[in-house]
Write a new protein. Structure first.
Length: 155
């Protein structure tokens, strides 16, 4: 009887140990590779974008992920830049995205805002879609999506 008990305990200990090793190995392999980097490590185009549209605003942090750079500014704005090209991908700014940035989006989108009486609304969120379009969120809560040609499409 004692041999069966000892044998069972050894098997249980071995299985538990193996499980713990597998668990720790998978956790270590899947760890987050995000790294905090300096502003100077951003692509030049990203640095120029920030210096142009957010002059004098402190850069609080720059996080490098596998696909992008995430920049937090001292005024609360959050900017995401594509890692390879350095082009902006998403901008969140509770103070309203600077008009200079809005002026860079396609004219057809700005015309849509004008034609629908939305120019007085601040744009709080602006992002590029994977299909080459844009998404905007205005201060009145309205969310708009545009295709690559600048046509408004239902969300």
């Amino acid at each position: 009887m004692r041999n069966i008990y000892t044998s069972t305990m050894k098997k249980l200990f071995t299985l538990t140990t193996a499980f713990v090793i597998i668990l720790l190995t998978s956790w270590a392999c899947s760890s987050n590779n995000d790294v905090i980097v300096a502003f100077k490590d951003l692509p030049t185009i990203s640095q120029e974008f920030i210096n142009t549209y957010y002059p004098g605003v402190q850069v609080k942090s720059v996080l490098e992920t596998k696909t992008q750079y995430e920049v937090d500014l001292g005024n609360g704005a959050e900017l995401d830049f594509e890692k390879i090209t350095g082009e902006w991908q998403e901008i969140d700014d509770a103070n309203g995205i600077p008009q200079g940035i809005i002026n860079t989006i396609p004219k057809s989108i700005r015309d849509y805002l004008f034609d629908n009486g939305l120019l007085d609304n601040k744009v709080y969120e602006l992002s590029r879609t994977s299909q080459g379009g844009y998404m905007l969120q205005l201060d009145n809560g309205l969310k708009l999506k545009f295709d690559a040609e600048g046509n408004n499409v239902p969300m």
